[in-house]
Design a protein around this ligand. Structure first.
Ligand code: SF4
Length: 417
């Protein structure tokens, strides 16, 4: 039985309710009067429910679809101005005991190199990232209680925050690690993390269990209820996301919004961010093996509708996507962007040797951070490396970028600032 206030995964992501939302959407996708009413409601910037949002996603009327894009663009401008928050992922370890069939770090992959950064290596990686200009990191690690226990993650966070380099420091460490206990979330909170990010991968329980055949991640309820435990542990910044391509995108979209509604109903605060990764090629992963992949047009519509339906939630896009796709969805609502990412364990300080490659997935946007910054500024965006606290850019950050902008306009792109 659907209950957004329940703490049980199968009640707040009730399969019957998702299917009912999709059936409602199918029944109303050509009901243009309703679609217009929903667009009118969305223009109030108070969001839409998962059922309402599903109708807009199902509607293929070109004029209305264009209105959805226009509204998303306007909401993006109103809420975020021309600011784009920049970050970089830092992979700490690719040891993992899980069997996720879409990820090359799965336990049975015996030919990928396994690596875990030491604290000395982290200092070198973070120094290299700071030299590039990064101030915000998203740390990533596989699930492995022996190789990557919570103590290791906490040590890494402490190391990162303690690095002072050229009068600067990393200002925010977001954490993307496996679902864990309330006690461990409390420790992460005490370590001063920014956002706790955990991708659901898919909300469809049966598919979830098939895609995660072995390891602790197989437990759908434990994974899906992780954000509630994180909030119980004091973390009120949580980041949701699904891996588009694993299941039907319409199902994932409705369920993702149901998850956001659940957090709001129980904790009084929705997700801080939503990530929109699509499955990509990697070491022993062929994306064509997953038959739910989505076109760039559907992807853009999903981004626009997320912006319309949860206007206050940040939206993150990674270098999985090409420059062309990123250009389109930034306009439609994406507020955070990674740049010059390495999806390997290490690799910022020194490129990985060919025979020891550890990438989690292939990167589509391979530009340097300076190239990404210049590209954003050419479109009139201000890339921010520090999140504004008050909704306005911090003066120092703006100044830094004015200096940078001037240099871009008058000289060759500098390698370092
Ligand atoms: S997705 Fe995460 S949990 Fe699954 S195999 Fe990869 S690193 Fe491990």
């Amino acid at each position: 039985m659907y209950n957004p206030k329940s703490l049980k995964a199968e009640e707040f992501i009730d399969n019957g309710e998702v299917l009912a939302a999709l059936a409602y959407a199918d029944a109303n996708k050509n009901n243009l009067k309703l679609v217009d009413e929903l667009l009118e409601k969305a223009s109030l910037r108070k969001g839409l429910t998962h059922r309402e949002a599903s109708v807009l996603l199902a509607c293929s009327d070109e004029e209305r679809t264009q209105k959805m894009y226009d509204l998303a663009e306007q909401i993006k401008k109103d809420f975020y101005g021309n600011r784009i928050v920049m970050f970089a992922p830092l992979y700490l370890s690719n040891y993992c005991v899980n069997g996720c069939v879409y990820c090359p770090y799965h336990l049975k992959n015996k030919h990928i190199a396994r690596k875990k950064l030491t604290q000395e290596e982290i200092i070198k990686e973070v120094t290299a990232l700071q030299d590039m200009g990064h101030k915000r990191l998203a740390i990533e690690a596989g699930e492995d209680p022996v190789n990557n226990p919570i103590e290791y993650i906490l040590d890494c966070i402490n190391t990162i925050y303690s690095i002072k380099h050229k009068n600067g420091a990393i200002r925010r460490v977001n954490v993307n690690i496996a679902a864990t206990t309330v006690e461990n979330y409390r420790k992460l909170k005490e370590a001063g993390i920014g956002t706790y990010i955990l991708f659901q991968e898919t909300y469809h329980k049966e598919s979830y269990e098939n895609l995660h055949p072995t390891g602790p991640k197989h437990n759908y309820a434990y994974h899906t209820e992780a954000m509630d435990r994180a909030m119980e542990g004091g973390i009120d910044d949580v980041g949701l996301g699904v891996l588009f391509g694993l299941e039907l995108y319409r199902y994932e979209f409705a369920a993702l919004l149901m998850h956001a509604e659940h957090l709001e109903a129980v904790h009084g605060v929705g997700p801080h961010t939503i990530s929109v990764p699509r499955i990509k090629h990697a070491d022993d992963i062929d994306p064509n093996a997953f038959d739910n992949s989505i076109s760039d047009d559907i992807f853009a519509k999903l981004c626009a509708l997320i912006r319309i339906c949860v206007p206050y939630t940040g939206m993150i896009i990674s270098t999985r996507e090409s420059q062309e796709v990123r250009e389109k969805v930034i306009r439609l609502g994406v507020s955070q962007l990674s740049g010059a990412s390495r999806t390997s364990v290490g690799g910022y300080n020194e490129p990985e040797p060919e025979d020891e490659r550890t990438e989690q997935f292939d990167v589509s946007d391979r530009r340097t951070l300076d190239e990404v910054v210049k590209w954003l500024m050419d479109f009139g965006y201000i890339p921010l490396f520090v999140q504004p606290v008050t909704g306005k850019a911090e003066p120092a950050t703006v100044l830094w970028h004015c200096v940078k902008a001037a240099r871009f306009r008058t000289a060759a792109i500098p390698t370092h600032l």
